[in-house]
Design a protein around this ligand. Sequence first.
Ligand SMILES: Nc1ncnc2c1ncn2[C@@H]1O[C@H](COP(=O)(O)OP(=O)(O)OP(=O)(O)O)[C@@H](O)[C@H]1O
Ligand SMILES: [Mg+2]
Length: 326
Amino acid sequence: MSGTKKREIDIIDLKVAFGKFYALKGVSFFANKREFLGIIGASGAGKTTVLRVLTGQISPTSGKAYISGYDVTRNKKLISLLVGYVPQLEHLSLYYDFSALQNAQFFGRCFGLRPKEIDDRARSILTILGFDEDLMTKRVSRLSGGERKRVSICLGMIHEPKVLLLDEPTTGLDAHLRHETLNYLKELNYEMGTTMVIISHDLEVTDYCSRVVLLENGLVSQFGTPQELISTLPGKGESLKVVLNSMSQTFVERLYSIPGVKYMTKAGRNTLKVFMNHPDEQLLLVVEALNQMNIPFEEVSIVEADFFDYFQVKPWKGEQTGGLLV
Ligand SMILES: Nc1ncnc2c1ncn2[C@@H]1O[C@H](COP(=O)(O)OP(=O)(O)OP(=O)(O)O)[C@@H](O)[C@H]1O
Ligand SMILES: [Mg+2]
């Protein structure tokens, strides 16, 4: 058992080598019960490899991974009961000629559940996922991409796992469906108390996460709550929104020369977000500087920084480089 009881997932210095190549080079992070954890990273960063360890599909070269305090390499049968897995869209193993409820019967039987029990569970999960009787009984081949995704989420949940691992549940869906799917997952997380681990390339996932891991080349580059990560920016989570009458490179360069300005990001056609250590104290100085430099502007105000700013300002590779980002 791992030391910290509260932790539903605990990964400690995990390394996974394929031959001489280390896909994971010493990864550590955790999630408490009922958390919504996002694993974000570029292609090849090692995201799926982490899930393959957590589901017992591969054994780590070194390090430890625990689910509910159980070592995943030592308790494979138990781990398969504790964990649900929703693979990437192209790997969804659905029976397309059967309905969502019929698919649930196939999956539920693998866990030794009785037909009535499976039907009850599938109905309540699918209801949380926004399915009515018509969608539950319609052939999967006639469902939309987002609806199929929700069927696969239901199958991953059929044995009521403590932890649901989802590999890119929003990839391939349009913006509306991405948010819809994430809202449904949040609902399941809330209603059933399931700890969620979501792999994604999409930064918008972080809006739903209680904690975020950024993986880069097999290493954790950042780990924390979205707020903790955002508060590492200059201004500790606050920035200055500057709306100019028109945008020009000269204006941008002049703005950047104002003392204290550390970074700027573009937040709209004529809008910049300016990052400095004390935006509240420096707001008036920025207004004065704009006037002195004859830069016409419409607005200067303090706004909250968000995760998109975080990714633009904080380069993925460790240290800040400083400078102009627009
Ligand atoms: N069985 C394997 N044998 C050799 N190399 C592998 C194997 N599985 C994964 N890798 C390599 O390990 C690295 C991490 O792979 P992984 O699938 O974890 O990436 P990922 O972050 O999930 O990427 P994506 O976003 O493209 O799905 C990649 O460079 C990949 O080529
Ligand atoms: Mg992957």
